[in-house]
Design a protein around this ligand. Structure first.
Ligand SMILES: NC(=O)C1=CN([C@@H]2O[C@H](COP(=O)(O)OP(=O)(O)OC[C@H]3O[C@@H](n4cnc5c(N)ncnc54)[C@H](O)[C@@H]3O)[C@@H](O)[C@H]2O)C=CC1
Ligand SMILES: O=C(O)CCC(=O)C(=O)O
Length: 526
């Protein structure tokens, strides 16, 4: 049974994949409510209220994955999670449309004084002259951060006849052209924008991006919007510009500290409109993000690759479908290599050839390394911390793409080097036959790596195969499959046998006493 804790009121309808799975127990509540059993949970699902600090991670020694039902992961200590090998995933696009629409609603409300007009009328006044607005048509919207939300917002702004100037250091000219926006430097955006909206994460570079100095460059009457993260616009810096009338209005969905103090100075300004972090608060977005993270956690608990990990290389759904078979193959290859090469290792070289080279193979290499290290170590190893654990243990690893396919449509070749020996393995995935090991330490062979295996090095002499069968038969061990490979007739040869169940511990020694058998290794649970 896998234990999963869901906090922060994540929408239960979206959690059905987890709730319906009989091998998973899903508890719903806060960290405090379940404080006496935090050590049992393998997965933790949160929105933004739960702070996943290093201390919380320490109280959850079994934790393997934290899923954020939303985009921003600033409530999770990513460094501490990565060090511990805890995967952090988010739901990157489930709330994009809702947050975009909220931002657009804030812009429209701000320039047309809708919240102010509403409260004025509700208080019994009819003040049409006080609330003369500004048209969006023909104005320039400055978007800082052209990711998912920035992009969707630019489409809506263009539909309203606005010009769009964008600052995003990662935006290519080609993409800007396709989106019909102008890619500009930050200073230029400050000079030309009538309305500036920020859509970046809060980082060391974006904290206080709009501050006393940069606001001074903006047009008189500028409108500023923050529906991303509190602190990207420096709250204190707004005050003198609101007082002087330089700023036409401010719309905030997010705050440096949430909730803001009741007497927060910005709440006293009529030109400042606010919402309590409602960007993603729609039925649709909450269902989307809950379903996305529930699927990710379920995939993870079922040993399938996940798509939206923050501390791992990510891939799209299409890439995932393509990479899935190789993910399983690299896991098996890592495990076989680790069990066949028992001595200390200092170098692992992975080479990909054929169709595979079109894919992002970094995740496969990490997966292979995690599987390789896992059977040697006592600590949690996964794709997240495999690079740092390898480094700590003095194991260098690298990958390359090669054109040597040896006749296969795709081929993964791995060489593991130690001080005393080297071990190599080649594998491929064939749609009709599944994963196959095609070469082992220079011997051509062809077997499906599955279940309990026995690897035997021997001399190619008459009777060896029969003797192996006889010894195993005497121990009532039934051979499921058997493959033999040799380099030259009468020279060194290998056998790879598979079995339906675990083998007795001492079977290697018994077989090694058979004439012409050089070495026997059990390879368990592949
Ligand atoms: N108010 C709310 O309820 C919600 C707020 N958000 C916030 O909105 C932010 C944006 O979300 P997405 O568009 O989904 O993220 P995204 O990751 O798709 O886009 C972020 C963009 O910011 C750009 N960027 C990073 N550093 C920058 C810098 N120094 N200057 C300019 N651009 C920079 C990146 O290149 C990227 O294109 C998130 O970080 C999240 O914190 C997201 C969802 C809901
Ligand atoms: O409503 C929420 O969970 C907050 C959404 C948010 O800020 C995000 O996804 O980054």
């Amino acid at each position: 049974m896998a234990y999963v804790l869901v906090t922060d009121g994540i929408k239960e309808d979206g959690l059905q994949p987890l709730l319906n799975e009989s091998t998973i127990q899903c508890d719903i509540g806060s960290l405090n409510e379940f404080s006496d059993r935090l050590n049992q949970y393998e997965a933790l699902l949160v929105r933004s209220a739960t702070k996943v600090t290093a201390e919380v991670l320490n109280q959850m020694p079994n934790l393997k994955i934290v899923a954020r039902a939303g985009v921003g992961v600033d409530n999770i200590d990513l460094d501490a999670a990565t060090k511990r090998g805890v995967i952090v995933v988010n739901a990157p696009d489930g709330n994009t449309i809702s947050t975009t629409e909220h931002t657009f609603a804030m812009i429209a409300s701000l320039v047309r004084n809708i919240p102010q007009g509403t409260s004025s009328l509700k208080s019994g006044k009819w003040m049409r002259k006080d609330y003369v607005g500004t048209e969006l048509y023909g104005k320039t919207l400055g978007i800082v951060g052209m990711g998912r939300i920035g992009t969707e917002l630019s489409r809506r702004a263009r539909a309203f006849g606005m010009n769009v100037a964008v600052f995003d250091p990662f935006l290519t000219n080609d993409r800007a052209q396709k989106l019909d926006v102008e890619s500009v430097e930050f200073d230029h955006l400050l000079d030309v924008a009538d309305i500036i909206t920020v859509h970046t994460p809060l980082t060391d570079k974006t904290r206080g991006l709009l501050n006393e100095e940069t606001i001074a460059r903006t047009k008189k009457g500028v409108f500023l919007i923050n529906c991303a993260r509190g602190g990207i616009i420096d709250e204190k810096a707004l005050i003198p510009y609101l007082d002087s009338g330089h700023i036409g209005g401010v719309a905030l969905d997010v705050f440096e500290s949430e909730p803001p103090e009741h007497n927060h100075p910005l709440l006293g300004y009529d030109q400042v409109i606010v919402t309590p972090h409602l960007g993603a608060s729609t039925k649709e977005a909450q269902l989307n993000v809950a379903a996305q993270v529930a699927d990710e956690v379920l995939y993870f608990l079922q040993d399938k690759p996940i798509r939206n990990a923050i501390n791992l290389p990510g891939f799209s759904k299409e890439e995932y479908e393509k990479i899935k078979p190789y993910y399983e193959l690299t896991r098996k290859m890592g495990s076989i290599l680790s069990q066949c090469m028992k001595s200390a290792v200092n170098l692992v070289e992975v080479s990909y050839a054929g169709k595979l080279t079109e894919l992002d193979t970094a995740i496969l290499t990490r997966n292979l390394m995690a599987s390789f290290l896992k059977s040697r170590l006592d600590t949690t190893v996964n794709e997240v911390n495999a690079p740092s654990i390898a480094r700590e243990r003095g194991i260098t690893y690298g990958e390359k793409h090669s054109s040597e396919t040896h006749g296969y449509s795709n081929l993964i070749s791995v060489t593991v080097q130690g001080d005393k020996e080297t071990f190599s393995l080649q594998g491929t995935y064939i749609k009709e036959y599944g994963d196959r090991i095609t070469q082992l330490n220079g011997f051509d062979i062809d077997f499906h790596p599955q279940g309990h295996l026995l690897y035997i090095q021997h001399n190619d002499r008459p009777g060896v195969i029969g003797n192996v069968g006889k010894v195993l038969g005497e121990h009532e061990i039934n051979i499921a499959t058997m493959q033999v490979g040799r380099k030259t007739a009468g020279g060194e040869a290998i056998m790879m046998l598979s079995f339906d169940s675990e083998l007795p511990k001492n079977i290697e020694e018994t077989l090694e006493s058979v004439q012409d058998i050089v070495k026997v290794e059990q390879i368990g649970g592949v």
